[in-house]
Design a protein around this ligand. Structure first.
Ligand SMILES: [Zn+2]
Length: 548
């Protein structure tokens, strides 16, 4: 086993040494390294057609998925375990003065230890010699290294396997998840061609302590979902000299943020596990320059986590929030106007606007009715053109909405609610589903047994809390919910074509084991070697041996 440890550590370091920051050509470089690593294995010298390099669709950076599989030879079984992970990392600006060393684990360790301002807890870890540093060390190149070395290990044992192991290492995880999304097409192809039945997918994205002093290791049986609800707000501008005559779009945006941001009433729960509340990710008025007019329109969107709620329920909640924001802005105007009239001696009369909240679906249907079918092609070509111009994928729908409001001559204060990219489906193993319940019991047994053997304390949770590629292997939303999302997601096919139906058919139970580390996405990112390079690989070996 010490041989495995050394080998995994060496591969992890090599992977860290290849800069593969998201949206750089490094993502291709690391894919080439991984491909070569696989091609060097004696098994693939004989089975080189079992390595599939899938270049991403029209990707200017030539990024690719590296996919390979070992076919069990003991008996012919379709049962297949998918091992998957991502090869990209986040950027490196956080390293500041240490940036030149961030891809060199050994040098970086030395430089960090020389630092006077190194936080005490980090110093203690690093001085122990048990931690590996560098960008991607924790998120998640060590996880990929574990898979690569184990893949080699199992490639020598193909004769003892009652099923197949499929490996998929993907780029573009840290923003749009395009790698895994496109890989699902290959998984589907292999299902048809090789008869693969996917019994389990194991992701190795990092796990970490959930609170100070926490030493438990977490296994996740699913992934949190994420939506990006966007609100385009059309108000009525006015000159600051007639400030009570307009309907200020900025104030509506502010009210929406006040209502939704960090509000735990929007936390979703399933079987006692709660999502984090929504966070505002963008809020701006759309005035292009300075003048003394109030903002005619504004734009705001949120990160919104989901465990269970249907799209219908979520949309209803967001509609209520929007109506409340519109009402409250008007109420405040009346309150202030009344008090201003008291001060100035003017005569107060009630301010009233006819305000509305519409969903994108409602707006689109209205447009089809009033403007005809040609509107569909028109929106499509506008989207296509904006994509060419590199307009942000969240703002393209905003321009479409503005265009429709204008064409439909809707001039009153209006909020249009829509969804934009990215969208991560939520999934977990559910007790009410017999097959999934069996799988929970099977995994629990393996983990409990291994906990005793390894003297680790494990805890099984239902949802990996950070967004992950595992989202795209199984979708718990039903058809109706999916349809509701798509109809409110402008130009879904062009802007974020997740093959939802395909994924729904694949329905791969997706768990996360994970390398263990701290401070992912920070310059103090580090992975704990004894767990990651010794304990975790044994757990994966045990799991695969139990299943295949
Ligand atoms: Zn990750």
């Amino acid at each position: 086993m010490e041989k495995l440890y050394k080998e995994i550590e060496a591969v992890a370091k090599e992977l860290v040494r290849i800069p593969s920051v998201n949206t750089t050509s490094g993502e291709k470089d690391i894919a080439l390294f991984i491909e070569e690593y696989l091609r060097d294995m004696p098994y693939f010298k004989e089975h080189n057609d079992q390595i599939i390099i899938q270049e991403l669709d029209s990707d200017p950076l030539n990024r690719r998925n590296v996919i390979a599989y070992i076919k069990g030879e003991k008996s012919k079984h379709g049962e297949t375990i998918l091992l998957h992970g991502h090869m990209d990392t986040v950027g490196v600006e956080d390293y500041a003065a240490l940036k030149p060393y961030c891809f060199d684990p050994d040098q970086l360790l030395e430089e960090m230890l020389k630092m006077k301002q190194l936080p005490e807890s980090v110093r203690k870890d690093l001085e122990s010699g048990d931690w590996l540093v560098g960008r991607g060390s924790c998120d998640m190149k060590s996880g990929v290294a574990v898979f690569l070395v184990l893949f080699q290990y199992f490639s020598e044992k193909a004769k003892e396997l009652n099923g197949n192991i499929l490996l998929s290492i993907n780029p573009v995880e840290e923003n749009l998840h395009t790698g895994i999304i496109e890989a699902t097409k290959v998984f589907k192809l292999l299902k048809d061609k090789e008869g693969f039945q996917y019994v389990l997918a194991i992701n190795n994205d990092y796990i970490c302590p959930l609170y100070e002093g926490d030493t438990k290791k977490y296994i996740y049986t699913g992934a949190v979902g994420k939506l990006l609800p966007c609100f385009y707000i059309q108000g009525k501008e006015t000159h600051v000299g007639q400030c009570f005559e307009g309907f200020d779009a900025s104030s509506v945006a502010a009210r929406l943020v006040e209502e939704i941001n960090l509000n735990t009433e929007y936390c979703d729960s399933y079987e006692g596990e709660y999502t984090l509340p929504p966070s505002v990710l963008k809020m701006k008025d759309l005035k292009p320059w300075y003048n003394v007019q109030t903002a005619a329109d504004a734009f705001v969107y949120f990160n919104y986590f989901v465990h269970y709620e249907s799209m219908g329920e979520i949309i209803k909640k967001l509609q209520q929030a929007s109506k409340k924001a519109l009402e409250e802005v008007e109420e405040k105007m009346n309150r202030e106007y009344r008090s201003y009239c008291n001060l100035s001696g003017d005569t107060y009369s009630e301010i009233h606007f006819s305000k509305s909240l519409i969903t994108y679906d409602e707006l689109y249907q209205m447009a089809l009715r009033q403007l005809g079918d040609r509107i569909a092609t028109l929106l499509e070509s506008k989207t296509y053109q904006m994509l060419q111009e590199n307009v942000d994928k969240r703002e393209i729908p905003m321009y479409l909405v503005k265009y429709l409001l204008q064409e439909l001559k809707i001039k009153d204060p209006t909020i249009v609610l829509y969804f934009a990219a990215p969208y991560c489906p939520h999934n977990t193993l559910k007790k009410e589903n017999k097959e999934e319940q069996d799988l929970i019991l099977r995994l629990t047994e393996i983990i409990n047994e291994y906990a005793k053997e390894s003297e680790e304390e494990y805890k099984i949770l239902q949802f990996f809390p950070s967004l992950s590629d595992s989202s795209y292997l199984k979708i718990d939303d039903d058809e109706e919910s999916i349809q509701e999302l798509i109809s409110n997601f402008p130009e879904y096919e062009l802007l974020y074509a997740v093959p939802l139906k395909n994924i729904k058919k694949l329905n791969i139970p997706a768990v996360n084991y994970g390398c263990y580390g701290k401070d992912a996405h920070k310059w103090t990112e580090r992975v704990y070697k004894p767990y990651t390079f010794r304990t975790l690989p044994q757990l994966i070996i045990k799991t695969i041996e139990k299943f295949l």
